[in-house]
Design a protein around this ligand. Sequence first.
Ligand code: URP
Ligand code: ZN
Ligand code: ZN
Length: 475
Amino acid sequence: MSFDRVIRHGRVVTPGGSFTGDVGIRGEKIAALGADLDCEGADVIDATDHYVIPGVLDVHVHLALPFCGTVSSDDYRTGTRAGARGGVTTIIDFAIPYAGESLSEAADNWLAKADGEALIDYTFHICVTRWDDHRDQIKAMVDRGFPTFKEFMIYASEGWQSDDRALFGTLEKMREYGAMLLVHAESSRVLDELIARHHTPELMQRYGARLHPMTRPNFVEAEAIQRAVCWCEATGGPLYIVHMSTGEGADIIRSAQHRGVPVLAETCVQYLVLDDSVFEREDGHLFACCPQLKKPKDMARLWDGLRHGEVSVISTDTCTFTRVQKAMWEGDWTKIPMGMPGLETLLPLTYTRGVLGGHLTLEEMCTKLSTNPARIMGLAPRKGGITVGADADLAIIHPTKTHRVDPATMETNADWSPYEGWELAGFSRTTLSRGEVIVDEYRVVGREGRGQWLPRITAGQPAEPTTKDIAGAAA
Ligand code: URP
Ligand code: ZN
Ligand code: ZN
């Protein structure tokens, strides 16, 4: 059997287990796994003393998003280059209708943003923002290859907010169409009340950006997750809680899953490695995101949830704003553009803090970053695992070699990083996307515009790796 490329002598992580050996690639696909594959005529990539892991899927990103009175500053060019450097080979963004637009127009807008710019493959969740207008457009979007939808329980000021009627009705449709609803779960009525109570010149002068965590106690997220789970249980429509940040949320998801409720949850890496003490810093406002960073006990509970299974996916919620954009707050925390950069550091942070930190095995990390996101979002078996027939999307990482996080040397458009100065292992030495090397020796070498839109059929598969794909590899 001949190959175009062979990755040799790496520690290869497959959904069925890890082995030391080779990955044979023909065209865009993985053609064989095994020991000492035939390298005659093939381009050989040496992975000795490295891990060969599936390309990461970041299924929660916002690129060039108009939000908070500005536009998030990583676009499809910088965002996908940043992702590639961090071993990310697939992203899922959110197509959000602009005022008065249909779901289909939203998808067209986001396809246009990505076209000719993206270095890696991509697709979108479709945001239902005006239930009465959008309800009858959902089926056509599923037929067009978009089986995941999103509703926000907050953000009335952006025109994005959904009420319980919309959540309930959308979940009914998800069940009918084999689709899945993603929900940003924060309780808007109580949140707005707490913000209004604190929005005084005296308190802003005294507490500054600390008012952001002060006005979002954990019950703001927990009550909203509980309510969304209630509608999920009542309708049987598959639900996926995005960017879950609280221990209480993990408890709710765990008990719902034990009752057989079709709900899944993602957390973001920032909720695993940062806590709200960052708001004490002079530049604490930079860290404002929704939901906001929580307490060390929440971080610990989310790590446990990943290991036990109630948290299925780690993503980033990348929504990059520069220092100049963040400065729009001028002392009023309600005006801070909400979000942080993340694509470039997802894998290094999860590997360094998760695997080297003893929270996850290497295989569990790959399940949470690749296998589960691909299965849940309807991209498996094409994406998410090193298996014969899958796209040759791979990251090759060194077990211990570290790089210092320095925005000046990064691909992101951000001029700051929440992790500035951190020494992280797990940056991708070599990233392959559909068989093509797009990162070599830690530097992006692929050309933008090569990334492809990924049509999907269904979504919401349960999150479990299979064990049958090791394909003759030596243990
Ligand atoms: O702060 C955040 N997360 N910005 C992006 C919008 C969202 O809620 O996901
Ligand atoms: Zn959100
Ligand atoms: Zn988001």
